[in-house]
Design a protein around this ligand. Sequence first.
Ligand code: SAM
Length: 287
Amino acid sequence: MDRLSDISTVKSILARHGFQFSKALGQNFLINPSVCPRMAEQCGADSQTGVLEIGPGIGVLTRELASRAGKVVAVELDQRLLPVLEETLAQYPNAEIVHGDVMKLDLHRLLAEKFSGMNVVVCANLPYYITSPVIMRLLEEKLPVKAVTVMVQKEAADRLCALPGTRACGAVSIAVQYYAEPEILFQVSRGSFLPPPNVDSTVIRLNIRETPSVEVVDENSFFRVVRAAFGQRRKTLGNSLSSGLGVPKERLGNAMETVGIASNMRAEQLSMEQFACLANELKRAGI
Ligand code: SAM
């Protein structure tokens, strides 16, 4: 069988199908033979598990997943890849391609229909133009998945996995920490792709928590406060919250004092617990 990580094989399959890479769809295909087996190994795929893949490309990771998992369902947006995948996955009856946009499909329904009674994990080399929206969608919709193992740009990985209270922490890091325990698995150089992107990549795994890491009265208010807090990173917390939430500083000051958070702190200095207390107090105060 053809090795899909072999550059001349990839080029000849793509040429045969008259395929041209689309930059807009984030098409950088893996040609480093060690990456897909490692991802498939570390994502938790076994014979009892169903894997949702996003953006299979020509199926290089899909094959590795299908040889370990009970079933793989891969969502691909680019219609031109469907005949390619039909060919490259012909010998993998447990791999199914769904043509669609991962941002628009009803994922709850898809998982219920395709993986009834199975544990589910997500594994993907994500198209970089939608890294954060896809990850946020997977987390916020509370899909019944155990873990999300994805390759993303190195800078995105550092942000997604940053700990609260550290400089790299942003609103997306707090959201990840709320729903999951993030882990950096390994680095992948830009030369591992065809065509090579301008950045290096990192594979991360988000181990989904059974219950969120902190208790909040109202999730929407919590995330509104988090977004406002990080909205203007150069400003103090008091100023960012005031402009982000549209509330006078004095009103915020009282609530912040009640939970022992100084208004001259910066968002990246707060712990998860402090964010939760602050959001709960602001909610209580009707802000
Ligand atoms: N998994 C392949 C690999 O590792 O070689 C391809 C990864 S490539 C970085 C991203 C893939 O996602 C491409 O196949 C692209 O067509 C697909 N894609 C882009 N946007 C998508 C979307 N909104 N929904 C589903 N697939 C998408």
